[in-house]
Unconditional design. Structure first.
Length: 255
């Protein structure tokens, strides 16, 4: 199977980050297309609320989203739309603050041949010992896994056409960070797997493009803290009662 299309989300001002990830992708022989990221701090309230819903935010999240998080989400929506508009069976979406392991290329090719078996495969795991429900080898040193809790972060992932359709249908209006919405997989019906150990990693001590745009009030209030307790209990309840049973595809044979 050939390498799926690769999209790199990058803010216009983040030229150094683009240069670094471009150099690494070129080293690996991976073609890519840059997606200009949405710089939330430059948007008016009306522009922010094209996708961001303050009422939904007040209902579903513990705090108001800052401009940077809204822009980040809108950038990922742009990538999802590109998958659908171009009729791609799948594509890899990368953020620009990562390092990339050599194994990504081989693993991505294997995944591209089985896009009917999942909607999203995440490439980054922040935990050393995550709770894995089931898994199959996808390489000599990596496994394709279903985690008890969908991995946080959107540093790198493969999204299928069907996955992009489901995400756009469920979250074109949003009130939570993009990775948190994906963690609530039962809302959109997405089937989310992940690679362990990670094949992309965050650059250590890299400054956050989201934090530099933080011009909005985004602290958790007392009411937000109380709401968060209820939201966490509801989330854990859903994890217990809503179980994904679709089997993990077997995409690698040691022999």
């Amino acid at each position: 199977m050939s390498m799926p299309p690769v999209f790199v989300i990058n803010l216009d001002k983040s030229t150094e980050r683009m240069a670094k990830i471009s150099e690494r992708l070129n080293q690996l022989g991976i073609s890519y297309e840059r997606i200009p990221g949405v710089y939330g701090a430059d948007l008016s309230q009306q522009e922010l609320e094209v996708n961001y819903d303050p009422k939904l935010n007040a209902k579903k999240y513990r705090r108001e989203l800052p401009c940077g998080e809204i822009g980040c989400y809108m950038s990922h929506i742009k990538a999802w739309r590109m998958i659908v508009d171009r009729g791609l069976s799948c594509a890899i979406i990368l953020e620009d603050d990562i390092t990339i392991e050599e194994e990504l290329k081989t693993i991505a090719k294997r995944l591209a041949g089985a896009t009917d078996k999942f909607d999203i495969v995440k490439f980054f795991c922040s935990k050393k010992k995550p709770k894995i429900v089931s898994s199959n080898a996808i390489g000599p040193d990596h496994r394709l896994c279903r985690f008890k809790k969908v991995l946080s972060g959107n540093q790198g992932q493969l999204i299928t056409y069907n996955g992009a359709v489901k995400l756009l249908s469920a979250y074109e209006r949003f009130g939570r960070p993009v990775d948190v919405d994906i963690q609530h997989w039962w809302e959109s019906g997405i089937n989310v797997l992940g690679i362990f150990p990670s094949v992309v990693k965050r650059i250590e001590h890299a400054s956050s493009d989201i934090d530099t745009q933080d011009t909005r009030k985004n602290k958790t209030t007392t009411i937000g803290s109380l709401r968060n307790i209820v939201l966490k209990l509801n989330y854990e309840f859903n994890l217990l009662t809503k179980v994904q049973t679709k089997p993990i595809p077997k995409l690698y044979n040691k022999g």
